[in-house]
Design a protein around this ligand. Structure first.
Ligand SMILES: [Zn+2]
Length: 566
C-alpha cells in the first residue's frame, strides 16, 4: 500500500505560522497531512504537480451567512472559489434555528431583507427538517459539503423561539424566559455550536442599516445588555465557544465597554465587527485599533474583524435594502416592487429623502454612478455620477436617482463605490497585526455584493500589488489567526497531523474575475458572482474539491462540532 494517498509535489510551502517559505512536498494520508519534506512520487497513489505554485493552508472565513445557501450549494460559492475551506455561519444573530414550523415563513421573510437572500431560493432550497438547533446541526451533518462549517447560535431566532416575535421586539425576557434562553444555548453548545452571535444596531443610533422584513429593527438590535451578559456567562461557565457582535448603540462611545464586559464575564474570545477604514473618517479606524490594542495589553480577548475588500455595491431599487440607516429611506424601500415604486416616486416623501442621505454604504452619496438603464430615452445617464447628472438636470442628486429609478420601472442599476478607497488608510489598518481579514458576508446580499472574493483581493491587491505585507504574514492572517480566534482545534496551519485543508495557487498570475450575473439559485433566482483565476488545487480534508477553478464533485467538508470534525 502507498505511504500517501496524495503528494503535492515541488511547491513553495507557506505554512501559515509566519515561518519563511520553503520548497517541499506535502504528503497526505487519510485526510491529514502525513509528512512535509522531500517525498518520492512513487510512494503516493496520486501526485499533484505544484511546481511554481504556493502551497498554503485553506482560508478561514469567520463571517458568512451561508445558512440557507449551504443546503443547495455544497461548495458555498463564491467563497470556495477563492480558496476558503472553512466557514462560520449564523453571523450577526441571524439564522434559521431554533424556529418552530409555524414561524418558518416569517423567518424566511426576515432574511429577504436583513441579509437580502432571495425568498424563492429559500422557499425551494431549505429542507426545514429541523425545529431545534441540535436538529439543525444534524440536518447540516447529513448534507454533502465541500467546505467545513462552524455554526454560531444566532440570538434573533433563539429569543424569538422562547418569547415569540412580538414580545422579543417589545420587552426584555422575564427571568423564566432568560433561564430558558440560556438553557437552549447550553443545549446547542452541547450539540457542537461554536458560540453565539448578535447584530446590535440601535434604531436610535447612526447605523441601523440591516433591518427586518417590515423595516423594524431586528430582535437582536433590541436585545438588552443584560441578556447579552447572561449569554456570555453561559460560555464562561462552559469555558467554551466565542462571540461575534456588530454593535453600534445610540451612544457609540459606550460600545467598547460592552465588548470588554463580555470578554471579562466569559473569558472567551469576542469578535468585534467591524474595523473598516473610511475615506472621510480615518479617526474611526484609528480609534478602534487603539482601543483593540489596549484590550490586547490588558489581556482581554477582543479581536477585530476587518473589512479588507473594496465594499462597492451594485444595486437596483427592486430589492435594495442597505439604505436602512435613514428611516425615510427605510420606509420608502420596504414592500413589494410596486409599493416601492409608488413610494420612491411620491413627491411628498422627497423632502425627507433629500434631507438625510444614507451614509453607511457610501461616504459621498452623489458619487454613486448610474451604470445601466433599460429605457432608451434614459441611456444618456449611463456612466454619469449622480452629481454630474444633477448638475446637468439642475436637480438634487436624490431626485435624479429616484426619478430615473421610477421612470425605468426600478430596473435602473447604480454603483456605489466603497467608502474605503484610500490605500494609505488600508495600510494603516493592515499595519496592526491582529485584525482578521474578511467580513465577506458570503451568502448574503447576493444581488449587490461579492465580498466572498476577499482572500484573492487581499493576496493580489493588498499584498502583491501594493506590497502592504509579506506573503508569510498574509497567510497567517487569512488562516491561522482566524482559526485560533475561533477555537478551531486543529486547522489553520500546514503541519503534520493536521487536516489537509490546502490551497495551491499561482501567486504571480492570480486574478479576480469581473462581477457577473449567475442564474444558478433555486426558485429561478439570480445573484452576482466573482470568480478567480490561478487557484490550481483546493483540498478540503485531503480531497481535491476544486481543480483549476472547476468543482470536482468531491464533498469532503465536515460540520466542525466543538471546533473539530468528530
Ligand atoms: Zn453579517
Amino acid at each position: 500500500m502507498a505511504d500517501f494517498d496524495l503528494i503535492i509535489k515541488d511547491g513553495m510551502i507557506i505554512d501559515g505560522t509566519r515561518m519563511p517559505r520553503y520548497r517541499a512536498d506535502l504528503g497526505i494520508k487519510k485526510g491529514r497531512i502525513a509528512k512535509i519534506g522531500r517525498l518520492r512520487s512513487s510512494d503516493a497513489t496520486r501526485t499533484l504537480d505544484a511546481t511554481g505554485q504556493i502551497v498554503a493552508p485553506g482560508f478561514v472565513d469567520l463571517h458568512t451567512h451561508y445558512d440557507a445557501q449551504l443546503f443547495w450549494d455544497p461548495h458555498c460559492t463564491i467563497s470556495s472559489w477563492h480558496g476558503v475551506t472553512s466557514i462560520v455561519i449564523g453571523n450577526c444573530g441571524f439564522g434559521f434555528a431554533p424556529v418552530y414550523p409555524e414561524a418558518r415563513e416569517r423567518a424566511m421573510l426576515t432574511m429577504t431583507r436583513v441579509e437580502a437572500i432571495p425568498y424563492a431560493s429559500m422557499k425551494a432550497g431549505l429542507p426545514w427538517d429541523w425545529t431545534t438547533f441540535p436538529e439543525f446541526l444534524d440536518s447540516i451533518d447529513r448534507r454533502p459539503k465541500a467546505v467545513n462549517i462552524l455554526p454560531y447560535v444566532p440570538v434573533s431566532p433563539l429569543l424569538t423561539y422562547v418569547m415569540g416575535l412580538e414580545a422579543a421586539k417589545t420587552r426584555p425576557p422575564t427571568e423564566r424566559e432568560e433561564r430558558e434562553i440560556c438553557r437552549l444555548l447550553d443545549e446547542a453548545m452541547d450539540a457542537g455550536a461554536c458560540g453565539w452571535s448578535a447584530q446590535r444596531l440601535d434604531p436610535n443610533g447612526p447605523a441601523c442599516v440591516q433591518r427586518d422584513y417590515d423595516g423594524t429593527p431586528m430582535v437582536s438590535d433590541l436585545m438588552t445588555d443584560d441578556t447579552c451578559y447572561a449569554l456570555a456567562r453561559v460560555l464562561g461557565r462552559r469555558n467554551e465557544g466565542f462571540m461575534q457582535m456588530t454593535l453600534v448603540s445610540a451612544d457609540p462611545s459606550k460600545d467598547p465597554e460592552h465588548f470588554e464586559k463580555l470578554a471579562e464575564l466569559s473569558g472567551r474570545p469576542v469578535l468585534y465587527n467591524v474595523v473598516q477604514p473610511r475615506d472621510s473618517m480615518p479617526f474611526i479606524h484609528r480609534g478602534t485599533i487603539a482601543w483593540l490594542d489596549s484590550c490586547r495589553s490588558r489581556g482581554l480577548r477582543v479581536y477585530g474583524q476587518a473589512v479588507t475588500s473594496d465594499t462597492n455595491m451594485t444595486f437596483s431599487f427592486v430589492d435594495w435594502n442597505l439604505f436602512d440607516d435613514c428611516q425615510a429611506w427605510c420606509d420608502a424601500t420596504t414592500g413589494t416592487p410596486a409599493e416601492r415604486k409608488q413610494k420612491l416616486g411620491d413627491p411628498a416623501r422627497r423632502e425627507a429623502l433629500r434631507a438625510r442621505v444614507p451614509r453607511v454604504i457610501t461616504d459621498e452619496f452623489d458619487k454613486i454612478f448610474i451604470t445601466q438603464v433599460t429605457r432608451e430615452d434614459l441611456k444618456h445617464y449611463e456612466g454619469l455620477t449622480l452629481r454630474e447628472a444633477a448638475a446637468k438636470d439642475g436637480k438634487h442628486p436624490v431626485d435624479v436617482m429616484l426619478d430615473i429609478a421610477v421612470a425605468d420601472d426600478l430596473r435602473a442599476e447604480f454603483y456605489a463605490p466603497g467608502p474605503n478607497q484610500n490605500m494609505d488608510y488600508m495600510k494603516e489598518m493592515l499595519d496592526y497585526n491582529w485584525l482578521i481579514p474578511g467580513v465577506s458576508d458570503g451568502g448574503a446580499h447576493t444581488k449587490f455584493f461579492t465580498g466572498g472574493r476577499y482572500p484573492t483581493e487581499f493576496l493580489t491587491k493588498l499584498v502583491r500589488d501594493h506590497g502592504m505585507l509579506p506573503l508569510e504574514e498574509a497567510h497567517w492572517r487569512l488562516s491561522t489567526l482566524p482559526a485560533l480566534c475561533a477555537g478551531f482545534r486543529d486547522r489553520g496551519t500546514l503541519r503534520e497531523g493536521a487536516p489537509a485543508d490546502v490551497v495551491v495557487y499561482d501567486y504571480d498570475n492570480l486574478t479576480m474575475g469581473p462581477m457577473e450575473i449567475a442564474r444558478d439559485f433555486p426558485g429561478g433566482e439570480w445573484r452576482r458572482v466573482q470568480k478567480a483565476d490561478g487557484y490550481r488545487y483546493i483540498l478540503v480534508n485531503g480531497e481535491l474539491t476544486l481543480e483549476n477553478g472547476k468543482e470536482t464533485g468531491k464533498t469532503s467538508g465536515h460540520l466542525l462540532r466543538h471546533g473539530a470534525a468528530m
